[in-house]
Design a protein around this ligand. Structure first.
Ligand SMILES: Nc1ncnc2c1ncn2[C@@H]1O[C@H](COP(=O)(O)OP(=O)(O)OP(=O)(O)O)[C@@H](O)[C@H]1O
Length: 488
Protein backbone atom coordinates (compact mmCIF):
# COMPACT_ATOMS: atom_id res chain seq x y z
CA UNK A 1 0.00 0.00 0.00
CA UNK A 2 1.40 3.39 -0.93
CA UNK A 3 1.65 6.00 1.82
CA UNK A 4 1.05 9.02 -0.39
CA UNK A 5 -1.46 9.77 -3.14
CA UNK A 6 -0.42 8.95 -6.71
CA UNK A 7 0.07 11.67 -9.34
CA UNK A 8 -3.24 10.55 -10.88
CA UNK A 9 -5.10 11.19 -7.62
CA UNK A 10 -3.49 14.62 -7.34
CA UNK A 11 -4.39 15.34 -10.96
CA UNK A 12 -8.08 14.53 -10.34
CA UNK A 13 -8.04 16.80 -7.29
CA UNK A 14 -6.47 19.67 -9.15
CA UNK A 15 -8.46 19.17 -12.40
CA UNK A 16 -11.75 17.53 -11.42
CA UNK A 17 -13.64 16.00 -14.38
CA UNK A 18 -17.43 16.29 -14.70
CA UNK A 19 -17.94 17.73 -11.21
CA UNK A 20 -21.37 19.02 -10.20
CA UNK A 21 -24.98 17.92 -10.66
CA UNK A 22 -27.16 17.67 -13.75
CA UNK A 23 -30.25 19.89 -13.67
CA UNK A 24 -32.50 17.34 -15.32
CA UNK A 25 -30.95 13.92 -14.85
CA UNK A 26 -32.65 10.70 -15.81
CA UNK A 27 -31.33 9.23 -12.57
CA UNK A 28 -29.66 10.44 -9.39
CA UNK A 29 -28.11 8.55 -6.51
CA UNK A 30 -26.35 9.15 -3.23
CA UNK A 31 -24.16 6.97 -1.09
CA UNK A 32 -22.44 7.41 2.24
CA UNK A 33 -23.36 9.18 5.37
CA UNK A 34 -22.50 12.68 6.54
CA UNK A 35 -22.08 11.28 10.06
CA UNK A 36 -19.09 9.18 8.99
CA UNK A 37 -17.65 11.91 6.83
CA UNK A 38 -18.03 10.93 3.18
CA UNK A 39 -21.02 11.46 0.90
CA UNK A 40 -21.01 10.95 -2.86
CA UNK A 41 -23.74 11.75 -5.38
CA UNK A 42 -24.00 10.94 -9.05
CA UNK A 43 -26.48 12.25 -11.57
CA UNK A 44 -26.73 10.67 -14.99
CA UNK A 45 -28.41 11.37 -18.29
CA UNK A 46 -29.13 8.15 -20.14
CA UNK A 47 -30.34 8.17 -23.75
CA UNK A 48 -30.40 5.38 -26.30
CA UNK A 49 -28.70 2.95 -23.87
CA UNK A 50 -25.77 5.34 -23.47
CA UNK A 51 -24.56 7.44 -20.54
CA UNK A 52 -24.69 10.74 -22.32
CA UNK A 53 -23.50 12.57 -19.24
CA UNK A 54 -22.54 11.68 -15.69
CA UNK A 55 -21.67 14.20 -12.96
CA UNK A 56 -20.45 13.62 -9.45
CA UNK A 57 -20.29 15.57 -6.21
CA UNK A 58 -18.32 14.35 -3.24
CA UNK A 59 -18.07 15.71 0.27
CA UNK A 60 -15.32 13.85 2.01
CA UNK A 61 -11.69 12.85 1.94
CA UNK A 62 -9.35 13.49 -0.97
CA UNK A 63 -9.44 9.84 -2.06
CA UNK A 64 -13.24 9.95 -2.39
CA UNK A 65 -13.17 13.19 -4.35
CA UNK A 66 -10.54 11.83 -6.74
CA UNK A 67 -12.41 8.51 -7.09
CA UNK A 68 -15.62 10.39 -7.99
CA UNK A 69 -13.80 12.33 -10.68
CA UNK A 70 -12.08 9.22 -12.07
CA UNK A 71 -15.34 7.25 -12.17
CA UNK A 72 -17.20 10.10 -13.88
CA UNK A 73 -14.49 10.22 -16.50
CA UNK A 74 -14.64 6.45 -16.98
CA UNK A 75 -18.39 6.32 -17.61
CA UNK A 76 -19.09 9.54 -19.51
CA UNK A 77 -20.17 8.79 -23.06
CA UNK A 78 -19.95 5.01 -22.59
CA UNK A 79 -22.74 2.59 -23.42
CA UNK A 80 -24.89 1.81 -20.41
CA UNK A 81 -23.63 -1.78 -20.38
CA UNK A 82 -19.98 -0.71 -20.41
CA UNK A 83 -20.60 1.89 -17.74
CA UNK A 84 -22.32 -0.69 -15.52
CA UNK A 85 -19.29 -2.96 -15.94
CA UNK A 86 -16.81 -0.42 -14.54
CA UNK A 87 -15.45 -1.96 -11.36
CA UNK A 88 -13.59 -0.87 -8.28
CA UNK A 89 -10.43 -2.26 -9.91
CA UNK A 90 -11.04 -0.07 -12.96
CA UNK A 91 -11.37 3.05 -10.82
CA UNK A 92 -8.30 2.03 -8.86
CA UNK A 93 -6.40 1.59 -12.13
CA UNK A 94 -7.48 5.03 -13.29
CA UNK A 95 -6.12 6.43 -10.03
CA UNK A 96 -2.70 4.88 -10.63
CA UNK A 97 -3.05 1.79 -8.41
CA UNK A 98 -4.07 1.03 -4.83
CA UNK A 99 -5.08 3.94 -2.66
CA UNK A 100 -3.25 4.55 0.65
CA UNK A 101 -4.23 2.35 3.57
CA UNK A 102 -7.71 3.00 4.93
CA UNK A 103 -8.83 4.80 1.76
CA UNK A 104 -10.16 1.80 -0.21
CA UNK A 105 -13.74 2.63 0.84
CA UNK A 106 -13.61 5.55 -1.64
CA UNK A 107 -14.01 3.09 -4.52
CA UNK A 108 -17.09 1.43 -3.02
CA UNK A 109 -18.63 4.78 -2.12
CA UNK A 110 -18.50 6.40 -5.56
CA UNK A 111 -19.44 3.23 -7.42
CA UNK A 112 -22.44 2.81 -5.15
CA UNK A 113 -23.59 6.38 -5.81
CA UNK A 114 -23.33 5.81 -9.57
CA UNK A 115 -25.27 2.55 -9.33
CA UNK A 116 -27.97 4.17 -7.24
CA UNK A 117 -28.31 6.73 -10.05
CA UNK A 118 -28.78 3.85 -12.52
CA UNK A 119 -31.29 2.27 -10.14
CA UNK A 120 -33.21 5.55 -9.99
CA UNK A 121 -33.14 5.69 -13.79
CA UNK A 122 -34.84 2.27 -13.98
CA UNK A 123 -37.43 3.27 -11.39
CA UNK A 124 -38.28 6.38 -13.37
CA UNK A 125 -38.40 4.41 -16.63
CA UNK A 126 -40.70 1.74 -15.25
CA UNK A 127 -43.00 4.20 -13.49
CA UNK A 128 -44.89 3.91 -10.24
CA UNK A 129 -46.07 0.33 -10.50
CA UNK A 130 -42.55 -0.84 -11.26
CA UNK A 131 -42.87 -3.92 -13.46
CA UNK A 132 -46.23 -4.93 -11.94
CA UNK A 133 -47.78 -7.32 -14.41
CA UNK A 134 -44.97 -6.72 -16.89
CA UNK A 135 -44.83 -9.56 -19.36
CA UNK A 136 -42.65 -8.31 -22.15
CA UNK A 137 -42.33 -5.41 -24.52
CA UNK A 138 -43.19 -5.36 -28.20
CA UNK A 139 -39.74 -6.20 -29.47
CA UNK A 140 -37.68 -8.88 -27.88
CA UNK A 141 -33.95 -8.62 -28.43
CA UNK A 142 -32.13 -11.23 -30.45
CA UNK A 143 -29.62 -12.42 -27.86
CA UNK A 144 -28.25 -11.58 -24.45
CA UNK A 145 -29.32 -12.73 -21.02
CA UNK A 146 -30.25 -10.84 -17.90
CA UNK A 147 -29.09 -13.02 -15.00
CA UNK A 148 -30.80 -12.44 -11.65
CA UNK A 149 -28.05 -12.46 -9.04
CA UNK A 150 -28.97 -12.66 -5.38
CA UNK A 151 -25.47 -12.71 -3.91
CA UNK A 152 -25.64 -16.49 -3.41
CA UNK A 153 -23.61 -19.21 -5.04
CA UNK A 154 -26.32 -20.57 -7.36
CA UNK A 155 -27.01 -17.36 -9.21
CA UNK A 156 -23.31 -16.42 -9.37
CA UNK A 157 -22.49 -19.73 -11.07
CA UNK A 158 -25.52 -19.26 -13.34
CA UNK A 159 -24.13 -15.97 -14.63
CA UNK A 160 -20.65 -17.44 -14.95
CA UNK A 161 -21.81 -20.46 -16.96
CA UNK A 162 -23.73 -18.21 -19.33
CA UNK A 163 -20.74 -15.95 -19.79
CA UNK A 164 -18.43 -18.91 -20.38
CA UNK A 165 -20.89 -20.23 -22.98
CA UNK A 166 -20.34 -16.99 -24.90
CA UNK A 167 -23.56 -15.08 -24.13
CA UNK A 168 -23.82 -11.35 -23.49
CA UNK A 169 -24.79 -11.29 -19.84
CA UNK A 170 -25.95 -8.46 -17.59
CA UNK A 171 -26.44 -9.22 -13.90
CA UNK A 172 -29.27 -7.73 -11.87
CA UNK A 173 -29.92 -7.70 -8.15
CA UNK A 174 -33.39 -6.86 -6.87
CA UNK A 175 -33.90 -4.85 -3.73
CA UNK A 176 -36.89 -6.71 -2.35
CA UNK A 177 -36.97 -5.76 1.32
CA UNK A 178 -34.77 -4.22 3.97
CA UNK A 179 -34.12 -7.45 5.79
CA UNK A 180 -34.35 -7.38 9.52
CA UNK A 181 -31.79 -5.49 11.51
CA UNK A 182 -28.48 -7.30 11.85
CA UNK A 183 -29.34 -9.77 9.13
CA UNK A 184 -27.36 -10.42 6.02
CA UNK A 185 -30.23 -11.88 4.06
CA UNK A 186 -30.50 -11.30 0.33
CA UNK A 187 -31.19 -7.66 -0.61
CA UNK A 188 -29.71 -6.12 2.54
CA UNK A 189 -27.44 -3.27 1.40
CA UNK A 190 -24.21 -5.18 1.88
CA UNK A 191 -25.61 -8.09 -0.13
CA UNK A 192 -26.22 -5.76 -3.06
CA UNK A 193 -22.60 -4.55 -2.83
CA UNK A 194 -21.39 -8.13 -2.65
CA UNK A 195 -23.43 -9.18 -5.68
CA UNK A 196 -22.15 -6.19 -7.65
CA UNK A 197 -18.59 -7.02 -6.73
CA UNK A 198 -19.11 -10.65 -7.78
CA UNK A 199 -20.53 -9.57 -11.16
CA UNK A 200 -17.72 -7.10 -11.74
CA UNK A 201 -15.06 -9.69 -10.95
CA UNK A 202 -16.58 -11.78 -13.74
CA UNK A 203 -16.41 -8.75 -16.03
CA UNK A 204 -20.21 -8.41 -16.12
CA UNK A 205 -22.29 -5.25 -16.03
CA UNK A 206 -24.44 -5.08 -12.93
CA UNK A 207 -27.70 -3.28 -12.23
CA UNK A 208 -29.98 -2.99 -9.23
CA UNK A 209 -33.75 -2.69 -9.45
CA UNK A 210 -35.72 -1.35 -6.52
CA UNK A 211 -38.75 -3.62 -6.21
CA UNK A 212 -39.49 -3.04 -2.54
CA UNK A 213 -42.99 -1.62 -3.05
CA UNK A 214 -44.01 -4.38 -5.44
CA UNK A 215 -42.52 -7.10 -3.23
CA UNK A 216 -44.21 -5.63 -0.19
CA UNK A 217 -47.60 -5.52 -1.89
CA UNK A 218 -47.48 -8.81 -3.79
CA UNK A 219 -45.44 -11.01 -1.45
CA UNK A 220 -45.16 -9.72 2.11
CA UNK A 221 -48.70 -8.39 2.50
CA UNK A 222 -50.06 -11.47 0.80
CA UNK A 223 -48.06 -13.59 3.23
CA UNK A 224 -49.47 -11.87 6.31
CA UNK A 225 -52.98 -11.62 4.80
CA UNK A 226 -53.03 -15.34 4.08
CA UNK A 227 -52.49 -16.23 7.72
CA UNK A 228 -55.26 -13.84 8.66
CA UNK A 229 -57.53 -15.70 6.27
CA UNK A 230 -56.52 -19.09 7.64
CA UNK A 231 -54.49 -19.98 4.55
CA UNK A 232 -50.90 -21.17 4.22
CA UNK A 233 -48.96 -18.92 1.84
CA UNK A 234 -45.87 -19.71 -0.17
CA UNK A 235 -43.95 -16.44 -0.63
CA UNK A 236 -41.44 -17.91 -3.13
CA UNK A 237 -44.35 -18.84 -5.37
CA UNK A 238 -45.83 -15.33 -5.04
CA UNK A 239 -42.45 -13.80 -5.89
CA UNK A 240 -42.07 -16.00 -8.97
CA UNK A 241 -45.66 -15.18 -9.97
CA UNK A 242 -45.41 -11.40 -9.70
CA UNK A 243 -41.90 -10.10 -9.19
CA UNK A 244 -38.66 -11.82 -10.29
CA UNK A 245 -39.39 -12.85 -13.84
CA UNK A 246 -41.37 -9.73 -14.72
CA UNK A 247 -38.58 -7.51 -13.42
CA UNK A 248 -35.84 -9.44 -15.21
CA UNK A 249 -37.86 -9.31 -18.46
CA UNK A 250 -38.35 -5.57 -18.02
CA UNK A 251 -34.61 -5.04 -17.77
CA UNK A 252 -33.92 -7.42 -20.65
CA UNK A 253 -36.29 -5.43 -22.86
CA UNK A 254 -34.67 -2.15 -21.83
CA UNK A 255 -31.24 -3.54 -22.71
CA UNK A 256 -32.40 -5.21 -25.92
CA UNK A 257 -31.77 -8.70 -24.53
CA UNK A 258 -33.94 -11.73 -25.11
CA UNK A 259 -33.45 -14.09 -22.17
CA UNK A 260 -33.77 -14.03 -18.41
CA UNK A 261 -31.90 -16.47 -16.18
CA UNK A 262 -32.11 -17.41 -12.52
CA UNK A 263 -30.21 -19.89 -10.37
CA UNK A 264 -33.26 -22.12 -9.93
CA UNK A 265 -32.84 -25.86 -10.29
CA UNK A 266 -35.27 -26.66 -13.11
CA UNK A 267 -35.25 -27.05 -16.86
CA UNK A 268 -37.28 -25.49 -19.64
CA UNK A 269 -38.62 -28.16 -21.99
CA UNK A 270 -40.49 -27.70 -25.27
CA UNK A 271 -43.94 -26.18 -24.98
CA UNK A 272 -42.48 -24.33 -23.21
CA UNK A 273 -43.01 -26.32 -20.07
CA UNK A 274 -41.03 -26.78 -16.92
CA UNK A 275 -39.09 -29.97 -16.40
CA UNK A 276 -37.38 -31.46 -13.40
CA UNK A 277 -33.64 -30.77 -12.98
CA UNK A 278 -30.73 -33.22 -12.90
CA UNK A 279 -30.35 -32.77 -9.12
CA UNK A 280 -33.66 -34.08 -7.80
CA UNK A 281 -32.70 -33.12 -4.23
CA UNK A 282 -32.72 -29.43 -5.28
CA UNK A 283 -35.79 -29.56 -7.55
CA UNK A 284 -37.52 -26.13 -7.55
CA UNK A 285 -40.19 -26.84 -10.15
CA UNK A 286 -42.76 -26.77 -7.33
CA UNK A 287 -42.27 -23.01 -6.78
CA UNK A 288 -41.94 -22.09 -10.46
CA UNK A 289 -45.41 -23.09 -11.70
CA UNK A 290 -46.87 -19.55 -11.79
CA UNK A 291 -44.39 -18.08 -14.29
CA UNK A 292 -46.50 -16.76 -17.19
CA UNK A 293 -45.90 -18.88 -20.27
CA UNK A 294 -44.61 -15.95 -22.32
CA UNK A 295 -41.95 -15.35 -19.68
CA UNK A 296 -41.09 -19.03 -19.34
CA UNK A 297 -40.40 -18.97 -23.09
CA UNK A 298 -37.66 -16.44 -22.34
CA UNK A 299 -36.30 -18.15 -19.22
CA UNK A 300 -33.11 -20.17 -18.94
CA UNK A 301 -32.06 -22.20 -15.93
CA UNK A 302 -28.47 -23.25 -16.54
CA UNK A 303 -28.27 -25.09 -13.21
CA UNK A 304 -30.96 -27.54 -14.34
CA UNK A 305 -28.19 -29.70 -15.76
CA UNK A 306 -25.95 -29.60 -12.67
CA UNK A 307 -25.83 -31.05 -9.21
CA UNK A 308 -25.42 -28.63 -6.31
CA UNK A 309 -22.08 -30.21 -5.38
CA UNK A 310 -20.82 -29.47 -8.90
CA UNK A 311 -22.07 -25.89 -8.63
CA UNK A 312 -20.08 -25.32 -5.45
CA UNK A 313 -17.04 -26.95 -7.04
CA UNK A 314 -17.29 -24.66 -10.09
CA UNK A 315 -17.49 -21.64 -7.79
CA UNK A 316 -14.43 -22.84 -5.86
CA UNK A 317 -12.42 -23.60 -8.98
CA UNK A 318 -13.14 -20.19 -10.48
CA UNK A 319 -12.24 -18.53 -7.18
CA UNK A 320 -15.66 -16.96 -6.61
CA UNK A 321 -16.03 -15.53 -3.11
CA UNK A 322 -19.62 -16.83 -3.08
CA UNK A 323 -18.41 -20.45 -3.09
CA UNK A 324 -18.74 -20.65 0.68
CA UNK A 325 -21.94 -18.69 1.25
CA UNK A 326 -24.46 -20.63 3.33
CA UNK A 327 -27.71 -21.95 1.81
CA UNK A 328 -30.34 -19.23 1.82
CA UNK A 329 -33.02 -19.40 4.49
CA UNK A 330 -36.55 -20.57 3.74
CA UNK A 331 -38.18 -17.16 3.58
CA UNK A 332 -35.78 -14.42 2.52
CA UNK A 333 -37.54 -11.62 4.42
CA UNK A 334 -37.68 -13.57 7.70
CA UNK A 335 -34.01 -14.35 8.39
CA UNK A 336 -34.63 -15.88 11.83
CA UNK A 337 -37.35 -18.18 10.45
CA UNK A 338 -39.83 -17.08 13.12
CA UNK A 339 -42.72 -16.34 10.79
CA UNK A 340 -45.34 -16.27 13.55
CA UNK A 341 -43.53 -13.35 15.17
CA UNK A 342 -43.32 -11.67 11.76
CA UNK A 343 -47.04 -12.06 11.11
CA UNK A 344 -47.93 -10.89 14.62
CA UNK A 345 -45.91 -7.72 14.21
CA UNK A 346 -48.32 -6.71 11.44
CA UNK A 347 -51.71 -8.09 12.43
CA UNK A 348 -53.49 -7.81 15.72
CA UNK A 349 -54.69 -11.33 16.35
CA UNK A 350 -57.97 -11.91 18.17
CA UNK A 351 -58.51 -14.85 20.54
CA UNK A 352 -60.98 -17.61 19.75
CA UNK A 353 -62.01 -21.18 20.47
CA UNK A 354 -60.29 -24.48 19.82
CA UNK A 355 -63.07 -26.93 18.87
CA UNK A 356 -63.28 -30.55 17.81
CA UNK A 357 -64.89 -31.65 14.57
CA UNK A 358 -68.27 -31.93 16.27
CA UNK A 359 -68.01 -28.34 17.50
CA UNK A 360 -67.29 -29.08 21.18
CA UNK A 361 -65.09 -26.38 22.71
CA UNK A 362 -61.76 -27.85 23.93
CA UNK A 363 -59.92 -24.67 24.78
CA UNK A 364 -58.95 -21.15 23.69
CA UNK A 365 -56.27 -19.74 21.47
CA UNK A 366 -54.71 -16.30 21.04
CA UNK A 367 -55.31 -15.87 17.30
CA UNK A 368 -55.96 -17.93 14.15
CA UNK A 369 -52.77 -16.51 12.61
CA UNK A 370 -50.82 -18.86 14.87
CA UNK A 371 -52.23 -21.99 13.19
CA UNK A 372 -51.92 -23.92 9.96
CA UNK A 373 -53.59 -27.11 8.84
CA UNK A 374 -51.51 -30.13 9.84
CA UNK A 375 -49.92 -28.37 12.82
CA UNK A 376 -49.42 -30.47 15.92
CA UNK A 377 -47.44 -28.35 18.33
CA UNK A 378 -48.64 -25.32 20.23
CA UNK A 379 -52.34 -26.16 20.17
CA UNK A 380 -52.55 -25.80 23.95
CA UNK A 381 -55.13 -28.54 24.52
CA UNK A 382 -54.18 -31.80 26.21
CA UNK A 383 -55.74 -35.02 24.95
CA UNK A 384 -55.04 -38.77 25.26
CA UNK A 385 -54.08 -38.98 21.55
CA UNK A 386 -52.12 -36.31 19.65
CA UNK A 387 -54.27 -33.53 18.19
CA UNK A 388 -53.71 -31.82 14.86
CA UNK A 389 -55.17 -28.68 13.34
CA UNK A 390 -57.59 -29.89 10.66
CA UNK A 391 -59.18 -26.58 9.77
CA UNK A 392 -58.77 -22.87 10.45
CA UNK A 393 -61.97 -20.78 10.38
CA UNK A 394 -61.03 -17.09 10.42
CA UNK A 395 -64.66 -15.90 10.18
CA UNK A 396 -65.66 -17.55 13.46
CA UNK A 397 -62.08 -17.37 14.84
CA UNK A 398 -62.25 -21.12 15.43
CA UNK A 399 -59.40 -23.57 15.16
CA UNK A 400 -60.68 -27.10 14.53
CA UNK A 401 -58.60 -30.01 15.78
CA UNK A 402 -58.82 -33.74 15.22
CA UNK A 403 -56.84 -36.96 14.94
CA UNK A 404 -54.10 -37.59 12.42
CA UNK A 405 -56.52 -39.62 10.36
CA UNK A 406 -58.82 -36.59 10.07
CA UNK A 407 -56.10 -34.79 8.09
CA UNK A 408 -56.39 -37.21 5.21
CA UNK A 409 -57.82 -35.84 1.98
CA UNK A 410 -58.59 -37.66 -1.24
CA UNK A 411 -59.75 -34.69 -3.21
CA UNK A 412 -57.96 -31.38 -3.75
CA UNK A 413 -59.65 -28.31 -5.20
CA UNK A 414 -57.30 -26.06 -7.16
CA UNK A 415 -57.83 -22.48 -8.35
CA UNK A 416 -55.84 -19.82 -10.23
CA UNK A 417 -54.28 -22.32 -12.60
CA UNK A 418 -51.39 -21.71 -14.94
CA UNK A 419 -51.12 -24.46 -17.55
CA UNK A 420 -48.02 -25.12 -19.63
CA UNK A 421 -49.38 -28.31 -21.25
CA UNK A 422 -52.94 -29.54 -21.89
CA UNK A 423 -54.59 -30.36 -18.51
CA UNK A 424 -55.29 -33.90 -19.71
CA UNK A 425 -51.59 -34.68 -19.40
CA UNK A 426 -51.69 -34.21 -15.60
CA UNK A 427 -51.21 -37.61 -13.95
CA UNK A 428 -49.89 -36.73 -10.50
CA UNK A 429 -50.03 -33.80 -8.12
CA UNK A 430 -47.65 -32.43 -5.51
CA UNK A 431 -49.14 -30.34 -2.73
CA UNK A 432 -46.12 -29.56 -0.58
CA UNK A 433 -42.57 -28.36 -1.33
CA UNK A 434 -40.98 -31.36 0.30
CA UNK A 435 -43.72 -33.85 -0.50
CA UNK A 436 -43.65 -36.23 -3.41
CA UNK A 437 -46.23 -36.34 -6.17
CA UNK A 438 -49.34 -38.50 -5.73
CA UNK A 439 -51.11 -40.17 -8.66
CA UNK A 440 -54.39 -38.44 -9.50
CA UNK A 441 -57.08 -37.84 -12.04
CA UNK A 442 -58.28 -34.34 -12.61
CA UNK A 443 -61.59 -32.86 -13.66
CA UNK A 444 -62.85 -29.31 -14.21
CA UNK A 445 -65.04 -28.06 -11.35
CA UNK A 446 -67.22 -26.03 -13.72
CA UNK A 447 -66.21 -22.72 -12.11
CA UNK A 448 -62.79 -22.25 -13.68
CA UNK A 449 -61.01 -24.44 -11.15
CA UNK A 450 -60.01 -28.10 -11.15
CA UNK A 451 -60.44 -30.99 -8.77
CA UNK A 452 -57.75 -33.61 -8.33
CA UNK A 453 -58.99 -37.03 -7.21
CA UNK A 454 -56.06 -38.64 -5.44
CA UNK A 455 -55.25 -42.33 -5.72
CA UNK A 456 -54.05 -42.39 -2.13
CA UNK A 457 -54.86 -40.02 0.71
CA UNK A 458 -52.57 -37.09 1.50
CA UNK A 459 -52.19 -35.60 4.97
CA UNK A 460 -52.81 -31.98 5.85
CA UNK A 461 -53.45 -30.16 2.63
CA UNK A 462 -53.85 -26.49 3.51
CA UNK A 463 -55.66 -23.85 1.50
CA UNK A 464 -53.12 -21.41 -0.02
CA UNK A 465 -50.46 -24.04 -0.68
CA UNK A 466 -49.53 -24.78 -4.27
CA UNK A 467 -50.76 -27.85 -6.11
CA UNK A 468 -48.45 -28.71 -9.00
CA UNK A 469 -49.40 -31.25 -11.65
CA UNK A 470 -46.81 -33.48 -13.32
CA UNK A 471 -46.89 -35.54 -16.52
CA UNK A 472 -47.15 -39.34 -16.70
CA UNK A 473 -43.36 -39.80 -16.61
CA UNK A 474 -43.22 -37.42 -13.65
CA UNK A 475 -40.65 -35.23 -15.41
CA UNK A 476 -42.68 -32.31 -16.71
CA UNK A 477 -44.85 -29.73 -14.98
CA UNK A 478 -48.19 -29.71 -16.73
CA UNK A 479 -49.45 -26.76 -14.69
CA UNK A 480 -50.10 -25.57 -11.19
CA UNK A 481 -52.49 -23.62 -9.03
CA UNK A 482 -53.44 -22.76 -5.49
CA UNK A 483 -55.25 -25.17 -3.17
CA UNK A 484 -58.67 -23.72 -2.46
CA UNK A 485 -60.83 -24.09 0.59
CA UNK A 486 -63.78 -26.29 -0.08
CA UNK A 487 -62.00 -29.57 0.20
CA UNK A 488 -63.40 -29.82 3.72
N1 LIG B 1 -32.65 -10.39 -4.47
C1 LIG B 1 -32.48 -11.04 -5.61
N2 LIG B 1 -31.99 -10.40 -6.68
C2 LIG B 1 -31.82 -11.04 -7.87
N3 LIG B 1 -32.12 -12.33 -8.06
C3 LIG B 1 -32.61 -13.01 -7.02
C4 LIG B 1 -32.81 -12.43 -5.75
N4 LIG B 1 -33.29 -13.38 -4.92
C5 LIG B 1 -33.39 -14.51 -5.64
N5 LIG B 1 -32.97 -14.29 -6.92
C6 LIG B 1 -32.94 -15.26 -8.05
O1 LIG B 1 -33.83 -16.32 -7.79
C7 LIG B 1 -33.11 -17.56 -7.71
C8 LIG B 1 -33.72 -18.48 -6.67
O2 LIG B 1 -33.79 -17.80 -5.46
P1 LIG B 1 -33.63 -18.55 -4.07
O3 LIG B 1 -34.02 -17.56 -3.04
O4 LIG B 1 -34.33 -19.83 -4.17
O5 LIG B 1 -32.07 -18.67 -3.96
P2 LIG B 1 -31.04 -19.86 -4.05
O6 LIG B 1 -31.60 -21.06 -4.76
O7 LIG B 1 -30.47 -20.05 -2.71
O8 LIG B 1 -29.97 -19.20 -5.05
P3 LIG B 1 -28.70 -18.33 -4.69
O9 LIG B 1 -27.64 -19.28 -4.19
O10 LIG B 1 -28.35 -17.70 -6.00
O11 LIG B 1 -29.14 -17.31 -3.65
C9 LIG B 1 -31.67 -17.14 -7.43
O12 LIG B 1 -30.75 -18.11 -7.84
C10 LIG B 1 -31.56 -15.86 -8.21
O13 LIG B 1 -31.33 -16.10 -9.58
Amino acid sequence: MPEAYSPQVIDHLVRPRHAGRLDEPSGAGESGDAACGDVATFSVLIREKRVEEARYEVFGCAACVAAGSALAELVNGRTLLDAARVSKADVEGALGGPLPEGKGHALTLVLDALHKAFEDHWSRTAGAGLVEGYSGGGEIGAGGVVAAMSGGVDSAVTALLLKEAGHDVAAVTFRLHDGEKGSRSCCSPDTVLFARDTAHRMGLPHFTLNLKDLFNKRVMQDFVGSYEKGRTPNPCVACNAHVKFHAAAFLADELGFRHVATGHYARVAEGPSLARPADESKDQTYVLWPIPKELLARAVFPLGDYRKTEVRRIAEERGLAVAYTPESQDICFIPDGDYRRFVRKTVSAEPGEVVDREGAVLGRHAGVVDFTVGQRRGIGVSAPTPLYVTEVRPESKQVVVGRRKDLEVREVRVRGLNWFLPPGEAKSVQVRYNGGPVACEIRADGEGGWIADLEEPVMGVAAGQSAVFYSADGERVVGGGVVARGLE
